[in-house]
Design a protein around this ligand. Structure first.
Ligand code: NCD
Length: 308
């Protein structure tokens, strides 16, 4: 089974993955040894920079007893001009499942169509990032116990940010209300807003972050994605536009969560790190159990009812 966008999972399937991830927590932390994926090989294909996504997939696979092949542009034949189609043919012979990140929107679907092994989209240009969404949903449930009825504020580069493209759809399907905060030039693509509304989602758009803070249950900050701007001068106009520091949070609920897929540039001041609002490092760790659950499901491996 491939995972290219969140539309590949029903709500029930997503919840069941999140429940499996919860069971796998002690394995993710390295407290319990559970080699469910022994003998399996994951191909980690990163054609774009990554720290958390690549490393948490690698940790997830290794903690379950599996092996990992890492392809990067440096040191592979990608630099020699090999096509993605050809690379995928090779990977299919070497690995049982592959994770792909690529600068081109649609590349993960293209890769999935080229081979039979399961393909997991770890970010395709400004398209989608569904495995990030799974760990984001997991983190929100950790903090609030539910998703339904929450007011979630998505902030920053909503135009090019693949994390928020995937997350907004999933949140609306789970019954959250959304406030989209961006400058005019980085608004959420209209087709996504239209889909959110046709899902029945309560969604509003503004450029004023501070006014959204008193009623927010979750504030999801994102980086302005310099590498996606066709024009550097356009980037300079909006760089650093949204920043949060601890003084901005005085009117917020005590259990308001601040999240960020990371890396942060200057969106969240370090003064927030020691407050109970800071969820972004826990969020990054949650990539391990959620990706473990996803790897097991994609490889058809059942997770035991009780793990100890
Ligand atoms: C994000 C990405 O690559 O889309 N990072 C991540 O996977 N945690 C966000 C970003 O790069 O800003």
């Amino acid at each position: 089974m491939d995972l290219i966008t969140m539309d590949d999972l029903t709500n029930d399937e997503s919840i069941s993955l999140l429940e499996d991830a919860m069971k796998l927590m002690p394995v993710a932390r390295g407290l319990t040894h559970l080699p469910l994926l022994e003998g399996k090989v994951l191909g980690n294909l990163f054609f774009e920079n990554s720290t958390r996504t690549r490393l948490s997939f690698e940790t997830a696979m290794k903690r379950l007893g599996g092996e990992v092949l890492n392809l990067s542009e440096v040191g592979s034949s990608v630099k020699k001009g090999e096509t993605l189609y050809d690379t995928m043919q090779m990977i299919e012979g070497y690995a049982d499942i592959a994770v792909i990140r690529h600068p081109r929107q649609g590349a993960a679907q293209y890769a999935a169509d080229a081979v039979e092994i399961p393909i997991l989209n770890a970010g395709d240009g400004a398209g989608n990032h569904p495995t990030q969404t799974l760990l984001d949903l997991f983190t929100i449930r950790q903090g609030h116990g539910t998703i339904e009825g929450l007011r979630v504020v998505l902030v920053g580069d909503l135009r090019y940010g693949r994390t928020v493209h995937s997350l907004s759809r999933a949140l609306s399907r789970f019954g959250a209300s959304l406030t989209l905060v961006s400058p005019e030039s980085l608004m959420m693509p209209q087709e996504i807003v239209r889909d959110l509304k046709s899902d029945g989602c309560d969604v509003s758009e503004t450029s004023d972050l501070i006014s959204t803070l008193p009623s927010a249950d979750v504030v999801y900050m994102t980086r302005i994605q310099r590498e996606r701007f066709p024009d550097e001068a356009e980037y300079e106009k909006v760089a650093g536009i949204y920043t949060l520091n601890s003084q901005d949070l005085t009117s917020s609920h005590s259990n308001m969560m601040i999240m960020h897929p990371l890396p942060r540039v200057n969106e969240i001041h370090a003064s927030i790190d020691s407050t109970s609002h800071a969820w972004y490092f826990k969020q990054a760790f949650n990539g391990v159990p959620t990706r473990m659950a996803l790897l097991c499901r994609s490889l058809g491996v059942q997770i035991p009812e009780v793990i100890n």
